[in-house]
Design a protein around this ligand. Structure first.
Ligand code: PHE
Length: 347
């Protein structure tokens, strides 16, 4: 190997070792600088005879080009490495999920209520709202509850430390049935003295309270009361309305409805409504969803209406129960604990 080839090799080796642009410029100076090795070779040409000068000059030029090429290649490599490093440092993981503003959602019970309101609304039912702190009269007496009925007892009903004009404790309503009386009274008053009265058709969804707490009972729960009063309303209307409602609510016709005899002071006859799904995970089991019955004549009277003329049906369904069945939730308490991991599934 001649001296020029050796020089090229050592330049390449030194450039390769330079790990920063400054190192590289220093290495360059050692070969191409004012007193660099290639420059020295050029200076040496002057002493050579003309012929030799020509060939040697051409060889040195070639060497110079080779060194410059190696230099440029190394420069580029260092730039690329620098860029690579920077990109890595500033890397964005485009596969990460975006950071979004948390979007809220409606509570599953609110969703169930809205469904119920929409379905009964489509059947011509008004939606009414009423007080959760009730008088003894509306929660019990007007609904034909005898003085000593167990529903009145301290074990079942929350009482408020405040008495009404009759000296009776206010209560947290243990059912939505007081709304039957409140709504029907207002309706009867509005049409008092008129020849005919439009039918009463209303649902009253809302919070209710009882001294009770386990996987299927919460001290605060939700009911929806339904009431249809007119001159010619019968149990068959109750059945068709309720069947319409329940098939719309669960979005399936593959279910059966059953009326089981029961007792409520404010209805006569009274029934529990059970449903049974013909398909799905709950298939084949009778599930109680509502109390119901024909409004008791005394209750019709307490509404301010004539029981000889008016008749109707009422029902009171557990909204939480319906929501549990619809969403496949097996512990009622999940609805009220406020755990976002549970609640955000309903968004
Ligand atoms: N109020 C009853 C309850 O809470 C349900 C019901 C309502 C029954 C209307 C009959 C008619 O259990």
């Amino acid at each position: 190997m001649n001296d020029l080839a050796q020089l090229l090799q050592s330049a390449q080796a030194e450039f390769a070792q330079a790990s920063t642009p400054a190192d590289l410029e220093n290495a360059k100076a050692r070969f191409l600088g004012k007193s660099g090795q290639v420059t020295e070779l050029m200076k040496g040409l002057a002493a050579l005879p003309v012929e030799e000068k020509k060939t040697r000059g051409a060889e040195i030029n070639q060497l110079k080009q080779g060194i410059e090429a190696a230099l440029n290649a190394r420069r580029q490599a260092l730039l690329d490495a620098e860029l690579e490093k920077q990109l890595k440092a500033e890397a964005l993981d485009v596969s990460l999920p975006g950071r979004q503003r948390g979007t809220g959602g409606l509570h599953p019970i609110t969703r169930a209520m809205e469904r119920i309101e929409a379905i009964f609304g489509s059947m011509g039912f008004d939606v009414a709202d009423g007080p959760e702190i009730e008088t003894d009269w509306f929660s019990f007496s007007s609904l034909n509850n005898p003085e000593n009925h167990p529903a009145r007892s301290m074990q079942d009903t929350f009482y408020v430390d405040m008495k009404d004009e009759g000296g009776r404790w206010f209560n947290l309503r243990p059912h939505t049935s007081p709304m039957q009386i409140r709504y029907a009274q207002a309706h009867a008053k509005r049409y008092a003295g008129q020849e005919t009265m439009p039918e009463i058709r209303v649902i009253a969804p809302g919070r209710t309270y009882r001294v009770d707490s386990d996987a299927t009972h919460s001290p605060m729960f939700h009911q929806v009361e339904g009431l249809w009063v007119g001159e010619n309303i019968s149990f068959k209307d109750l059945k068709s309305v309720y069947l319409n409602f329940i098939t719309a609510f669960f979005e399936t016709d593959a279910l059966q409805l059953r009326f089981r005899p029961s007792y409520f002071p404010f209805t006569e006859p009274s029934a529990e409504i059970d449903i049974m799904f013909e398909t799905g995970p709950l298939k084949g089991r009778w599930l109680e969803v509502s109390g119901a019955g024909q409004v008791h004549p005394q209750v019709i009277r307490n509404m301010g209406l004539d029981p000889e003329r008016y008749i109707g049906f009422a029902f009171g369904s557990g909204i939480d129960r319906l929501a549990m069945l619809r969403y496949g939730v097996n512990d009622l308490r999940l609805f009220f604990e406020g755990d976002l991991r549970f609640l955000s599934q309903f968004k």
